[in-house]
Design a binder for this molecule. Structure first.
Ligand code: PMP
Length: 400
């Protein structure tokens, strides 16, 4: 069923920013809300409270099974931003205390802000940041990763699927290197669940972050996987009721947790089918743009690429004018989280795109609900706008 938007002619291709909830998810959540449902506080010591707590624990078991983890390794959070902060700041505090001079953390410039900014906070407390080099596709080479991890490196953070380009890092290889050097690796998997097969235990990843609204669950809920063997410890960032083994105080949002798990189950069960669907849509869109427009450049990897994202830079157009022109198309320029700032994407600049190209880039991302008609409509709008803007641009005349 096609989603209905504010304007019927609006095409939504921004599923990496947020995906709508499936009916099954809404139903599961709704059952927790009313007087007949599991509305009681799971910390309450009475029948309804215990029933809510049981539902939360069943959800934890189901989610753990989906990601190759044990139930006691899952901490519910408000999303991947909180999970990333808890992992990085929490582990840094636990292992090094505050103001740890000389301790180092390795991270790539292509990470999400919710990883980069906690790292910058650590830098203010005396940690040293080492920037992991990426190639032109945004991939971290295992050799340079190994080379950068020194005696003093305590932590590293690396995302599994990049939110702007969809490139997939070789996390199993990086995790192995990090383990050899006794570096605690955190993986931001916010864009990964339902996009590839992942397995926390088999990959030997100590910490991994998840966000429900990227895979068809509700906003405001996520999870942090914290390995139990060998154990990974974090200090809590918030204090209060001591929920989640004291690591994340706050009343558990039963309906959100139930929604996350139902969405995760659907996303994992339908993985194969969705990957095929997205591959088809991505190829179709890229071919249409390439056939119609000279000098459009792909931002992504040839092989290590999630098909739910297509990121393209358009030479010879002004980014702001392009965004203003595409008012019938909901896509991202740079990442949605940074789009309040009118800066060209720092991720694309880190990949070597100049400011103008990074600014004149669009991220199309596909979801379960995306259709071939969406793709053809989007291609038509983009081709029309880019041609129109190039025709008006003296710079394009110079280039052509
Ligand atoms: N990491 C990545 C890679 C993301 O794409 C996002 C969402 N844009 C986040 C973290 C933050 O997730 P949340 O919205 O759940 O806080």
């Amino acid at each position: 069923m096609r989603p209905v938007y504010l304007r019927a002619e609006m095409i939504y291709l921004d599923y990496a920013a947020s995906a709508p909830l499936r009916e099954e998810v809404i139903e599961a959540m709704t059952r927790c809300l009313g007087v007949d449902g599991h509305f009681a506080n799971p910390s309450s010591d009475h029948g309804p409270g215990r029933a809510s707590a049981l539902l939360v624990e069943q959800a934890r078991e189901r989610f753990a099974a989906l990601i190759g983890a044990k139930p006691q390794e899952i901490i519910w959070t408000s999303g991947a931003t909180e999970a990333n902060n808890l992992a990085l700041l929490g582990a840094a505090e636990f292992y090094a205390g505050t103001g740890a001079d000389g301790q180092r953390i390795a991270v790539a410039k292509t990470e999400h802000k919710s990883v980069l900014d906690p790292c910058r906070q650590l830098a203010l407390r005396g940690w040293k940041l080492d920037w992991l080099p990426t190639d032109a596709q945004g991939l971290i080479e295992t050799e340079s990763f190994a080379g950068l991890l020194g005696e003093q490196t305590a932590l590293a953070s690396c995302m599994l699927v990049n939110n702007e380009t969809g490139v997939i890092q070789d996390i199993p290889a990086l995790a192995e290197l990090a383990a050899e050097r006794q570096v605690l690796l955190h993986v931001d998997a916010a864009q990964a669940l339902g996009k590839l097969d992942l397995h926390c235990q088999r990959w030997n990843v100590p910490m991994m972050s998840f966000s429900a609204h990227k895979f068809g669950g509700p906003k405001g809920i996520g999870a942090l996987y914290l390995r139990q063997r060998p154990p990974v410890k974090v200090r809590p960032l918030m204090f209060g009721g001591g929920q989640e083994r004291g690591l994340r105080s706050g009343t558990l949002a039963v309906h959100q947790i139930v929604g996350l798990v139902r969405a995760a189950e659907l996303a994992v069960a339908e993985l194969e089918r969705n990957l095929g669907h997205w591959q088809q849509l991505r190829q179709r869109l890229w071919r249409s743009l390439q056939d119609a427009l000279p000098q459009c450049l792909l931002n992504g990897a040839d092989e290590r690429q999630s098909p739910h994202v297509l990121n393209v830079s358009f030479a010879g157009v002004d980014g702001e004018a392009l965004r203003a022109d595409l008012d019938g198309l909901a896509v991202s320029s740079g990442s949605a989280c940074t789009s309040e700032h009118a800066e060209p994407s720092y991720v694309l600049r880190a990949l070597g795109r100049d400011d103008a190209l990074a600014d004149a880039s669009l991220r199309f991302s596909f979801g379960v609900q995306s259709t071939v008609e969406d793709i053809d409509g989007a291609a038509q709008q983009v081709i029309h706008s880019v041609r129109r803007l190039r025709a008006l641009s003296p710079l394009w005349e110079d280039a052509a």
